[in-house]
Design a protein around this ligand. Structure first.
Ligand code: PRP
Length: 221
């Protein structure tokens, strides 16, 4: 499935931290639209002259839009791609939006080794990634899926630990949590629907090449 209008290129942008740098990058190709803003109530914003339209999604939903062809291309974090495991082309590491997926625990609960935490409860927005990490380490845990403000969980006894994104480390520090294991490093990725990439190759591939050039010049990231 691809976008209904064959001439239109539909670009998915995620709300949140990656929205602005992603919109800024696309603006370098002249790909912008009047009223394009993360807080826009309008969720589809078109630029008829350029034959593009933007869709603004929740980050976790973005790979789904791209997999089903409701969007041809998009920019999203590797953390979300790992969690969602959607069938999309990952065309380029854009080298911005750097963050780490970490396992963290309240300082008072710190133990010697990972296996000492076995059977504890882990709150996370990334249950698949967390599950895989514990499986790889042969530890059984109880995973509790949350949708945000993960750091709250250990403070109120919902879980002992968290698996979450760390960017500056400020949120962990302010909530007296310490990092105990590193799961993944994540940056923004340029992705495409598999069919769109072939059908709209003449539009998508030049973007890939231009982005690659900007990356090699150190102009992104
Ligand atoms: C993310 C993440 C942490 C915070 C980390 O949350 O879940 O809470 O950012 O950033 P820091 O290391 O710079 O403090 P986000 O703001 O995306 O919102 P959420 O908690 O609702 O998921």
């Amino acid at each position: 499935m691809t976008s209904p209008d064959k001439d239109m290129l539909t670009i998915a942008l995620p709300k949140g931290k990656l929205f602005q740098p992603s919109a800024d990058l696309l603006a370098r190709f002249g790909y912008t639209a009047e009223g394009l803003s993360e807080n826009s109530r309008k969720l589809v914003i078109a630029n008829e002259a350029k034959k593009i339209q933007f869709v603004i999604t929740k980050p976790m939903d973005l790979p789904t839009y791209v997999e089903y062809g409701a969007a041809d291309i998009g920019i999203i974090g590797k953390d979300v791609l790992l969690e969602e495991a959607r069938n999309v082309y990952e065309l380029l590491d854009l080298n911005f939006g750097l963050c780490r997926l970490m396992l963290a625990v309240p300082a008072a609960l710190k133990r010697e080794k990972l296996s000492d935490y076995a059977h504890m409860r882990v709150a996370t927005k990334f249950p698949r990634v967390a599950e895989q990490f514990f499986l790889d380490h042969g530890i059984q845990m109880e995973i509790i899926k949350l949708n945000g403000s993960i750091e709250l969980a250990p403070m109120v006894g919902l879980a002992e630990m968290i698996v979450d994104i760390v960017e500056t480390g400020r949120t962990l520090k302010e909530n007296n949590l310490i990092e105990i294991a590193h799961l993944h490093r994540a940056t923004a990725r340029f992705i495409a629907n598999r069919v769109s990439f072939k059908m709209k190759f003449d539009r998508i591939q030049p973007m890939v090449e231009e982005m690659r050039k900007l990356l090699s010049e150190g102009a992104i990231g």
